[in-house]
Design a protein around this ligand. Structure first.
Ligand code: DC
Length: 248
């Protein structure tokens, strides 16, 4: 079972993906952490991050290793734990330009595909281009959205005391990063045509997790040939399905 969860920052992607993986006994991969890790390596090795040619030339150098236990995911660069440094303001400010470089994307995409292929019991992979590019044959694709206000307030809550405390600055930074991630040429942030969109603006984390777990169970059922609807369609939704309006 391969589950792709994409969407912009602040939609609850990481918390949702980890909780869904834990609930269902699947592995978990945070692909944003990998782009942050390569960005951190570029910064600490003096590579000018706005120089695409310099970034491309160095893209194959760092050795990035991701641990996929959803209860304790890890990220290491050249054998050093990078989970703290990848969350700094400097890395966040540079990650969109580094991750727009095609050589960086092809290297990280290959790594992501091999991790997904080796996850014996199945995996939840979260990112921006998982459903469109990295794993286009995923059994379930979910695209999380939320209003800019909800995303900014969740992000400032997460970052309190660390990087950002000002809501409007956080909102601006988020909007800029999303615009860069959506506007880049190589595999931009985009909903896959066959992804189920879940608008999390009015939902608690528990509600989003419950919604996605149900979608995964439906997809697993469809994969094993069970639970077909009257038209024989079955499956976990398609282009027109919107799951964000669930009410309890
Ligand atoms: O999920 P995050 O905020 O930690 O991701 C950091 C950046 O990494 C994001 O701004 C764009 C990039 N990214 C990407 O280009 N493709 C992915 N699949 C995941 C993240």
């Amino acid at each position: 079972m391969i589950v792709a969860i994409d969407g912009p920052s602040g939609t609850g992607k990481s918390s949702t993906s980890k909780a869904v993986a834990e609930t269902l006994g699947l592995s978990y991969l945070d692909t944003g952490a990998q782009y942050r890790a390569i960005t951190w390596w570029m910064l600490t090795n003096g590579v000018p991050v706005d120089d695409a040619a310099a970034v491309a030339a160095a893209a194959s150098e760092p050795v990035i290793v991701s641990g996929t236990d959803p209860a304790a995911p890890t990220i290491a660069v050249d054998g050093t734990d990078a989970s703290g440094p990848i969350r700094t303001k400097e890395v966040t400010a540079a990650v969109s330009s580094v991750s727009a470089v095609p050589e960086v994307r092809s290297r990280i995409t290959a790594l992501q595909r091999s991790i997904a292929a080796e996850a014996a019991g199945g995996i939840v992979v979260e990112g921006r281009d998982i459903g469109t590019t990295v794993l286009p044959d995923a059994d379930l694709k979910v695209f999380l959205t939320a209003s800019p206000e909800a995303r900014a307030s969740r992000r400032s809550g997460e970052l309190k005391g660390k990087d950002a405390t000002d809501l409007s600055a956080t909102r601006e930074a988020l909007i800029q990063r999303d615009a860069a991630d959506s506007g880049r040429k190589t595999s931009p942030l985009k909903k896959a045509d066959d992804a189920v969109e879940v608008d999390t603006t009015q939902l608690t984390l528990e509600q989003v997790v419950e919604c996605v777990v149900t979608l995964v169970e439906k997809a697993a059922d469809a994969k094993s040939g069970g639970s077909r609807g009257p038209d024989g369609a079955g499956g976990a939704g398609g282009a027109d399905e919107k799951a964000g309006q669930i009410s309890k």
